[in-house]
Design a protein around this ligand. Sequence first.
Ligand code: ADP
Length: 761
Amino acid sequence: MDVAEIPGVPEWLPSTLEDEGIESLYPPQAEAVERGVTEGENLVAAIPTASGKTLVATLAMLSSVAGPDRSGKALYIVPLRALASEKHEEFAQFETNGLSVGVSTGNYESDGGWLAGKDIIVATSEKVDSLVRNDAPWLEDLSCVVADEVHLVDDGNRGPTLEVTLAKLRSLNPALQTVALSATIGNAAELAEWLDAQLVDSSWRPIDLKKGVHFGDALHLEDGSQSRVPVQTGEDQPAAIVRETLDEGGSTLVFVNSRRNAESAARRLTTTTERFLSVDEQSDLAEIAVEIRDVSDTDTSDDLAAAVERGAAFHHAGLSREHRKLVEDAFRDRLVKVVCATPTLAAGVNTPSRRVVVRDWRRYDGSAGGMMPLSVLEVHQMMGRAGRPGRDPYGEAALVAKSHDELDELFERYVWGEPEPVRSKLAAEPALRTHILATVASRFANSRSGLLEFLESTLYAQQTTERGRLETVVDDVIEYLAVNGFLEGDGTDLTATGLGHTVSRLYLDPMSAAEILHGLEDTTGVSGEQAQPTALGLYHLVSRTPDMYELYLRSGEDEEYTMLAYERESEFLGTPPSEFEEERFEDWLSALKTARLLEDWASELDENEITERYGVGPGDIRGKVDTAQWLLGAAESLAVERGLGVGSAIREARIRVEHGVQPELIDLAGVRGVGRKRARRLFEAGIESRAALREADKSVVLAALRGRRKTAENILENAGHRDPSMANVDPDSEVSLSDGDVTVSDGAGDSDDNQANLGDF
Ligand code: ADP
């Protein structure tokens, strides 16, 4: 189908697409159009990776918001924050056609009023869920919703939110067009039935993909062919494949099962890639390495730069967004020859390469307590990244086998195996706890039967064969919520209490709220007098809620944290479990590890020392800090709601963790562009507050900021200085400077949502 023949789209669209080199639709896209996706029909599109799903969504959204005689509003739901900005950039091109495009991540409490004026909105499912809870009025104006990666309803952590959110949006607005994009899955028809949608279920790809397994000296492909890829001395199998591919002028993506493995694999592969670099490439890569080091002064940053200089890179969620983007661009420009990535980012890396190697097919799974095989769906998604349309004759994707038996097993399981069906995970208690409270609080349902009726519209209800199970779990959850004071009334008339509303609005798991409240109430002693909690006590309190992702204890750390638990016993809020309740005690210690990380950060410990001490990446620190900030904000609201006089202690702990500073720097660090390190230097130079900065001697400021004029001007302007200009100002030579150089990642100038957060693993 020619792009000029698509019905229902804005008249400017065909030429815009042609300008991008898209002249005719790929077959699955044409099928979607034939099934009415540009004329308001619901659609489930289950199509392989890189086969043009985004254009299907774009056609639906544009026809809905700007098609002939239509002027609706579209919402594009993404699973990860990192993808939100990527999609936003992609759709922002339509602003030249008079459409406005907005992206909403972050802050879960607002109703995003400013979004009311946008034609296309990109948001994570958590954000959309919270907008529904906050009664964002413009949700009723939506005419089209797209759910990207809808197969993730199968994900135990985030799937239920996507599922419930879709069900709510559809019930708020029965005329809403729903478009769900999915990887190839075993039960696409079932999803289509759930969403009353037409189905495009296709295995078509713009470029052929040959799957296979490398074993011994050969790559065995699914069509029965073999090509010789011998492993040379000093090489492992992935290195041999990377070298062979480079011999043919191609690049390789290598998927491994952990961040650490991604880093070490990249380091090892540099010995292969560096032999293929031209002089020009070496100097381009050296420049990119400088940009990488400029992003932050951590070991991760250094390691990445060192690998990139030699033509290899790693890519995982422990990297900051700037790092990831530099790597992706350099790979796309064919400067970086190999990228070693974790599977969780397979969806994000839109970087086709000649070959894909899936090195690890098992991954550590905390809930199973051991290594578990990846799903066929995940492995196929990674493999689908192989082959660059228009450049390669076909793509090749290989797993790696160490033995004959493994070769057979991998062929059975992944090369010939079909992707699994997706199953709803809504019946899990934490999910139902959160969503039932929200459903009652936002008056979607006000009785037990109303709740059950709403839940009937979910995928879970469609899939379950145990009729009674949903009712049993719902009853348990209602009881839990009532006992903890979040819901009241009997089964025929359920309402959320004031506290219940607050918890739902704050987007907390009710169990987190209960834990926080018990802990805070514990500060009121027998005498009725309120003891002020310490920062560590508060960090520990929020770290042990189910809303904080845990840091696991490494071997030997049990002892270290048990000691610390005794030393700081008086600071904990709530009753510690006894050492004999092993599992609970272990959790308590893990939370203590997270709490101490936060305390170290808020005590101005160097970012690099923190990453080393806790074995985490800089993106992880950011993630914990963001989550802690949100939970402490929520704790503050709960304290106010309950009339507990600990609000100011919580506030101080929150701001300290937000900026990573000691109490005396809170004021200064709040000035935009200052950040923790610069705040400390200004403070040491005698400028101790925002007010002092406003009136400060410019030569002192310039000296404290190490002679960086542009930075100094910015900061003075943000502080409200009358005359921020640094023209003709010289740094004051009396000011002595103690610590290392400023980096961008110390919080200075960082926007809120440029790093991993809330499960952006
Ligand atoms: P998916 O979302 O399915 O992984 P994308 O939507 O990112 O895949 O598409 C992959 C690439 O194919 C993009 O670079 C896109 O511009 C290109 N593409 C999509 N549809 C067409 C088409 N009909 N003709 C040519 N290129 C296309």
